[in-house]
Design a protein around this ligand. Structure first.
Ligand SMILES: Cc1ncc(COP(=O)(O)O)c(C=O)c1O
Length: 382
């Protein structure tokens, strides 16, 4: 690996007093490879901006500045050739809140919400919490063959009651960054059946595939954009999820009005440190992000080489995200997550994603931790 200017080798989060990820196993020798945040310090430029904001000493309610809105508009244009208008942006303290607000804003109680399994667990929970009916369409293929969405299966999974499709793009946990062709198919089916799409693109800048680029669903055409709510955040990319700052991009005025109304009285303002961090991430985080991607690619190659030597485990191709989806069905374990926890590795249980027999491993950590985790897992494979 070439010389790095930023430090990704020190397990910084381990020392943090209130880390959800590390406190789960406090006092036990279990490496936390579960919840999706990384063990790295965020970009130094973000820390500087936060220090300056803290030194102002006043923490009244915040509002997104024109500078923040400007940097979002510029970033989306530069990164994805996506031209958005400032008034399309609706700010949120979290992406999961955005999923809930979307369910509430679209359709009516009892309506169907389609999701593709396996998927990030809140996709499975949010519809019923918002009085909607969860409708699942499983992805086709698997870790060995590659994961896809079959058109016929997708069409058949959309019922008369369906008003919303929750898309995860790039997809957590299977790591797919959907191609323009696949997105076009999804959009065609949804347009045809008059279904609104909510595209969760929280992992949009964590592209590990060296050749491909992330295509926002809403860039397919103005018609698709008018039926799409896109959810974004700097949180995963720059490792600031604890600061709670996200946004929805909603080009259609009517949908935007319903979305804002559905959030009223429930969703709080974004906190001032989150707003400060978001601006610094997108304005100054580029050099840090470039090195992060290089580091994560190195971790991915390392992990792939270890898993390739385990005949009973297969791993999905990771095009984006720092999450690896492992198929351990061949091990025939009753409770795979507990099995590996007992060996000192804390993984996410596939059952929570609608993927029993699978585990999700977060490799957004120093290489030394990943190596130790692989050594420990290997002991439980015989
Ligand atoms: C696809 C996806 N959406 C949303 C979230 C969480 O977003 P937030 O913490 O802003 O609610 C995650 C976190 O892992 C995620 O992977």
């Amino acid at each position: 690996m070439s010389e790095m200017s930023f430090d990704f080798d020190t397990p910084a989060a381990k020392q943090v007093s209130n880390s959800l990820k590390w406190s789960k196993y406090a006092g036990r020798d279990i490496l936390p490879m579960w919840v999706a945040d990384m063990d790295f310090r965020c970009p130094p430029a973000v820390l500087d901006a936060l220090h300056q904001r803290v030194d102002q000493g006043v923490f009244g309610y915040g509002t997104p500045s024109d500078e923040l809105v400007g940097v979002v508009v510029d970033t989306l244009q530069q990164e994805f050739n996506w031209k958005v208008e400032p008034d399309w942006l609706v700010w949120l303290p979290g992406l999961v809140s955005g999923l809930s607000v979307t369910c509430k804003a679209v359709g009516k109680p009892g309506d169907g919400v389609v999701v593709n399994t396996p998927v990030y667990p809140p996709f499975l929970k949010v519809p019923s919490l918002m009085d909607r009916t969860l409708e699942t369409v499983s992805l086709s293929g698997g870790n060995a063959q590659g994961w896809t969405l079959d058109r016929r299966r997708f069409e058949a999974g959309i019922s008369d009651k369906t008003s919303l499709f929750l898309l995860c793009h790039p997809h957590n946990p299977v790591g797919r960054m959907w191609t323009e062709e696949e997105l076009t198919m999804m959009a065609e089916v949804c347009m045809d059946k008059r279904v609104i799409i909510c595209s969760d693109e929280i992992h949009n800048q964590l592209v590990l595939d060296p050749v491909r680029r992330h295509v926002p669903l809403a860039t397919l055409s103005p018609g698709v954009a008018a039926r799409t709510i896109t959810l974004l955040a700097p949180s995963k990319t720059f490792n600031v999820p604890g600061l709670g700052c996200s946004l929805a991009v909603i080009p259609d005025e009517g949908i935007r009005r319903r979305f804002v109304h559905a959030a009223l009285g429930i969703v709080p303002h974004v906190n001032v440190l989150g707003l400060t961090a978001a601006e610094a991430c997108w304005r100054h985080g580029g050099p840090w992000l470039a090195e992060l991607i290089e580091y994560l690619r190195g971790n991915l190659e390392y992990l792939k080489s270890r898993v390739a030597a385990w005949p009973s485990v297969t791993m999905a191709e990771v095009e984006a995200t720092y999450l690896a989806w492992l198929d351990v069905q061949a091990l025939e374990l009753k409770d795979p997550a507990s099995h590996f926890e007992n060996l000192g590795v804390g993984l996410s249980d596939g059952r929570e994603f609608g993927g029993p027999g699978h585990l999700r491993l977060n490799f957004g950590c120093p290489r030394s931790i990943l190596e130790e985790a692989c050594d420990r897992m290997e002991e439980g494979l015989s």
